[in-house]
Design a protein. Structure first.
Length: 138
């Protein structure tokens, strides 16, 4: 009986040691919803008439991009942008909408929303009045 108990105890101890020596495989969970919901925008934008293109991934990068365009407008640059991904899939009419406000956050949100609707958005900052003049053209 003592021999069986010692063998069993030795076996149990070796099993625990063998398991503890195994390399643990670390699996980082990938949230498929986050990756799938990351919006990709192909944007054409103009700064002082020079046309450029950018691919923007994710909502935060999109907001940073629009903030950057507003900063350029505040510096006196002529700025416009269009989300080509949406623009290319829509019917086009020469519909123009103008939005004027002194509130930068409202102007920023309006410009981003109109771009998401397929409009090309132009941003002008009037230093004399402190107003943002945003024009959306489809």
């Amino acid at each position: 009986m003592k021999v069986k108990f010692k063998c069993f105890a030795l076996f149990a101890m070796l099993s625990v040691l063998a398991v503890s020596c195994q390399k643990e495989e670390v699996i980082e969970p990938v949230d498929a919803q986050i990756q799938q919901s990351a919006t990709i925008r192909n944007v054409t934008y103009k700064v002082d008439g020079a046309t450029m293109h950018a691919t923007i991934r994710g909502e935060q990068n999109w907001q940073d991009f629009v903030d950057w365009l507003f900063a350029l407008a505040e510096e006196g640059h002529r700025v416009s942008f269009r989300n080509e991904s949406i623009y290319n899939n829509q019917q086009h009419s020469k519909d123009t909408v103008v939005y004027t406000t002194k509130d930068k956050n409202k102007a920023n949100a309006w410009a981003a929303e109109m771009s998401e609707l397929g409009y090309e958005v132009s941003i002008v900052f009037d230093r004399n009045t402190g107003e943002y003049i945003c024009t959306a053209t489809n």
